[in-house]
Write a protein that binds this ligand. Sequence first.
Ligand code: 7RM
Length: 635
Amino acid sequence: MSARITSFEQYQADYKRSVENPEDFWADIAENFTWKRTWDKVLDWNFTEPNIKWFLGGKLNISENCLDRHLQDKGNQTAVIWEPNNPDEKGRTLTYNELYEEVCKFSNVLKKQGVKKGDRVCIYMPMVPEAAVAMLACARIGAVHSVVFAGFSVQSISDRINDSSCEVVVTSDGLFRGTKTVELKKIVDEALVTCPCVRKVIVLQRTGTSIEMKQGRDVYWSDDMQAVSGDCAAEEMDSEDMLYILYTSGSTGKPKGVVHTTAGYMVYTWYSFLNVFQYNEGDVYWCTADIGWVTGHSYTVYAPLLAGATILMFEGIPVHPDAGRFWQVIDKHKVNIFYTAPTAIRSLMAAGLDYVKPYKLDSLRVLGTVGEPINEEAWVWYNEYIGKKKCPIVDTWWQTETGGILISPLAGITETKPSYATLPLPGVQPAIMDSSGKEMPGNDVEGNLCIKFPWPSIIRTTYGDHERCRQTYFDSYPGKYFTGDGCRRDADGYYRIIGRVDDVLKVSGHRLGTADIEDAINHTEGVVESAVVGYPHPIKGEAIYAFVIYSDTEHDFSKLKQDIIHNVNNLIGPIAKPDKIQFVKGLPKTRSGKIMRRILRKIAEGDAGNLGDTTTLIDPTVVEDIRQGAEVNQE
Ligand code: 7RM
C-alpha cells in the first residue's frame, strides 16, 4: 500500500480501511521508516487509564529517520534555508549532509555536558537553524527536549524547567524580532535563580549583545562545537520512549507538559504532512510557526525532515521591514508550499494589496492555515491574492495534544469550503457529543468534539501527572478523547471547528490559559482578584479582557494598570498582555463561588444587553456595575 493518497476515491478507501483495520493500516505506513527492530504489536490501548501504546517493542531513532536515511540520495540537497529577521543580513543554507554533521556534533556536545538518555533539556532559542539542530540532537541521544517559546518570560521558563527538572538549558544571547531585540540570556539568568536543577547552560551567540557567563555553568555553543567529532551513533529508542515535552495552557492550573513518544509521533506527522500538503520531492516548504509551538515541532521541523523536504526557517515577523516580507521571501526562495496562521493573513490583508503586488508568488502550489478558525473574508483574500485561485487551501485542525493534523482537506483532493476543516484524515474517528454526553451520529449536528479511537501521535500523558491527563482529556466523555473544541458537522458531513468551549484563548494564534493570566495579574500589589476572558478581535482572532477587583486603598488606576501589564510581561510574556483592563468592585459569582464567565464574555463582546439568566448569582447588582463601567472604561 502506498502511503501517498492521490485521489478522493483513494482517500475514501484508505479511510475505510483505517477504521475497519487500523492495525494493518498503520503497520503498512510504518514500513516506510528505518527501524532498528520492528514492532511486535501495532497497538495496545484503553481510554480509561488512559494507556496508549503504538508499535510495541519497536526500536528506532527519529533523528536517524530525519537525517541518516536521506544522506545517500539527498546528502547534497538543501535541508534548511534560513532567512534572517533583517532582509539585508545574509541567510544560510544547510544541506542534509551539513545538517547531519551539525546534529552529530551537538549530540556530542550534549553528551560531553553529561546529558544522558531520558534526561530533559530545555531549549529557549530564536528561529535559527541551531534550534532545530538542538532538537534533533536531543532526539539522537535519547534526551527529551522541552522547547519553551522565546516569547515567554522569566516565570514561565522557570515553571517549565522545574516541572520536568531539566538539567541543561540551550539558549542564545538574544534574538532579533522586527526592530526589537530580546535579551534571552538575561531572562534565562533570572529564571535560573529559582531553578536549582539546572547544571549547564549552552549559549549560542546570535545578537552579540553583552552577557554574563556564570563560571562553571555557562558555556558557548561555538566553543563546544569545535572540540567534538562529527559522528554520533543514534541511540536505540523504544517506540514508546519519550521524544519531547511541550507545555500547553489549559483552563485551570499551570501549563501541562504534553508528552509525545517516538514512533507513533514519527509515523503520524510524516503521513499527515505528505498527504495534507501533497508534498512532492524537491518542493520548498515553509511553515511560519515558531519552534516554541507544536506546529513548529511537527511541521516546521520533524515531519518535513522525515519526508526529506527542503524547509525554510524564518527568524522574523510578517510585518518587518514591511507587510510584504512573507511574499518577498516566497519569491526569493521559490516556496511551493506555504503554511501560516489566520491572524497573519488578516494582518497582511489589512495592510493592503500594495504589499502583495510587487511579488509574483508563482512558485506557490499549496497554501495552509492553522491555529484558529479562519474567517471567510481572510480565506477568500488568501485564495485570490496569494494563491491566485490556483492553490488549494488546507485549513488544518489539530492541537498540541494530537501531535499532528487530524481534520483537514488534502490539497487538491478534498473539495474545500471556506471556514471548514472539512474531513478527518485516515485513522481519525471524530464524534460530536450532545449536552447530555451522547454521541450524535448523522449530519447537520453541532456539539463538543471528541475522537473515539487512538491515532499514532495522540498525547500519552502529561509529564509527572498522569491523573491530570486522564481528567483533562478522558474523563468528560468516558471512552473518548475530548478536544475542548465545539464543532459542527454540516449536511455534507464536513467539519467546521467553532472554537474552544473552555477557558483556553487563542490570541494571534498563541494558546494561552485565562488562569495563567489571572495569576500574573493577581501578583500585582493593589489587586484583590481578577477574571480574564477573550473577546473577538478583527486581527488577533481573540483579544484579552481583564476584569480586576482592586483593594480599598488603591486609587491610582493608571499606575495599577501599568503594574499589571508589567507583571504579565514579566511573568508570562508580552503575548499575554491584556488589551482591556476594567476595574470593578465585584465579579459575578455563583453561590458555589464560581465566576460566571459567560456573563463577562458577553460584556467584553459589547453584547451586555443580553446576559441571559443571572438569577443564580449571589449578588446580581455586581453585573449592573460592571456593565456600566464597561461602557465608559473601554478604550
Ligand atoms: C495546532 C495548534 C489548539 C486549538 C484547538 C482549536 C484551535 C487549531 C484550528 C483551530 C479552528 C483550525 N495547536 N485550532 N487549528 N480552530 N480551525 N484549523 O494550534 O494546541 O496551540 O491549539 O487551536 O481551538 O483546540 S494548539
